[in-house]
Design a protein around this ligand. Structure first.
Ligand code: SF4
Length: 436
């Protein structure tokens, strides 16, 4: 168990005079004593605001609630809080009330393609399933600010069952991403019930969980929780570290338990102005992640959700960070930089341009140091001509079926078995639906 530090002892005792190590490492005690108002925050953190600041903070909390675990609060740098990347992620700031002309309530349109409560079915083979509105930490940069914290509730089993039933009767769904809120804040027996129901669905190949628990409340990763989750492999877990200082001994211990439980671990960071918009910080973060068996998966451009404009960087900042990572460190430590397409068009990966030019037979490429070279393409190459008929394909070794995943969009245009010349989007989303 990680060392019970002096600052943590002080916070624990300020909450409850007799509280010590036993209470501190108890995740339910942590949740019970989550900080939800400014007065308690000032008392526990030792940070004090000017009177006029307090009024705006109150106003911000009214619109976008505050919730910080005593654990995460103990990580804040109270002496230098205005520049502290952890404070900025956790504590409300007045710019959240500024509505930028680009802001939207639901920029990813998750509420549109919604065939059952909390369930977004946008891509044929996978669904996003929001199974909790509660989080251990209300991140100030949350893309679902419109929902998270508005009502701190766990949906009833009968409500969640409607989403499960939809998945049951939709055979093309092979992947479900449980998110929220934070699914790992569901009680153990509820999680066990939910995963049992999902695992019974024959066509559901994988289950994924998106969680910030290892960052905000690592003590929730108990042996009992890991034993429950282990029953439902293959189960992938994606977490959300944004800054190297979040990789504490406690977080490392939680990640170790999950990795030992056999869950492939990934991390999704959000690129945030004044928090991690620096190549050196991101390099340090990805190195720490892989040391703890977590693969950096995505680096997100900050979404256009309302109240986030002060966190947004230019897209070019993400490209600059990738220039510092690709080639300069191990390939598997480099996350994919994505812009989640406003209006619900999915994730768009962006990388620096390495393809300088092209002629028949020759590709001119540049490497991470700016060196330019020519790759000669094979003159003898003939693509397989199959007409997407997998049964007769000379490569086919079993199981592939082109009918299962018909080619769409650009992939359709590239098909050798079709003469289509142009693709047009089939769904136009009216602006007012995106804005409200
Ligand atoms: S834990 Fe995730 S869902 Fe919850 S507030 Fe943070 S970013 Fe949003």
């Amino acid at each position: 168990m990680a060392l019970f530090k002096e600052k943590q002892k002080q916070v624990a005792r300020s909450i409850e005079p007799g509280a010590g190590e036993a209470q501190w490492y108890d995740w339910e005690w942590q949740l019970k004593h989550s900080v939800r108002d400014n007065i308690t925050f000032e008392k526990l953190s030792g940070i004090h605001f000017e009177e006029e600041e307090k009024a705006v903070i109150e106003k911000t909390i009214k619109k976008f609630p505050l919730c910080i675990t005593p654990y995460y609060l103990s990580l804040l740098d109270s002496a230098n809080y205005r520049d502290d990347p952890l404070f900025k992620q956790a504590f409300p700031s007045p710019p959240e009330l500024v509505i930028d002309s680009a802001d939207m309530m639901d920029p990813l349109q998750e509420d549109l393609d919604c065939p059952a409560p909390g369930l977004t079915h946008r891509y044929p083979d996978r669904v996003l399933f929001l199974v909790s509105n509660a989080c251990a930490l209300y991140c100030r940069h949350c893309t679902r600010k419109r929902k998270v914290g508005a009502e701190n509730y766990i949906p009833s089993r009968s409500l969640v069952a409607k989403g499960i039933e939809y998945i049951e009767k939709t055979p093309q769904i092979r992947d479900v991403l449980l998110s929220g809120g934070d699914p790992l804040l569901l009680p153990d027996d509820y999680l066990d019930w939910l995963l049992t129901r999902l695992r019974r669905i024959p066509h559901l190949e994988i289950i994924r969980i998106g969680t910030r628990i290892p960052v905000a409340l690592p003590f929730r990763i108990t042996d009992n929780l890991v034993n429950i989750l282990k029953k439902y492999h293959p189960l992938w877990i994606n977490t959300h570290f944004n800054h190297p200082r979040e990789m504490t001994p406690e977080a490392a211990e939680a990640l170790g338990k999950l990795a030992d439980g056999g869950f492939p671990l990934g991390n999704q960071s959000v690129l945030l102005a004044g928090i991690n918009d620096c190549p050196h910080i991101m390099r340090k973060l990805v190195h720490l992640l892989v040391q703890h068996r977590v693969r950096p998966y995505y680096l997100y451009q900050c979404d256009l959700s309302e109240g986030l404009s002060h966190f947004r960087t230019p897209v070019s900042k993400g490209i600059e960070i990738l220039e510092h990572l690709i080639g300069h460190t191990s390939g598997f430590t480099v996350p994919t930089f994505v812009v989640d397409n406003p209006g619900g068009g999915g994730k768009i990966p962006l990388i620096p341009n390495y393809l300088l030019s092209w002629s028949p037979g020759k590709v001119v490429l540049r490497n991470y140091l700016g060196g330019v070279s020519v790759y000669k393409e094979p003159g003898s190459y003939r693509p397989p001509k199959c007409g997407d008929n997998c049964n007769q394909c000379r490569l086919e070794t079993g199981g592939a079926n082109a009918d299962e995943y018909p080619r769409e969009g650009i992939a359709h245009l590239l098909s050798g078995s079709d003469n289509t010349l142009a693709a047009r989007p089939t769904k136009i989303v009216p602006l007012e639906k995106i804005k409200n």
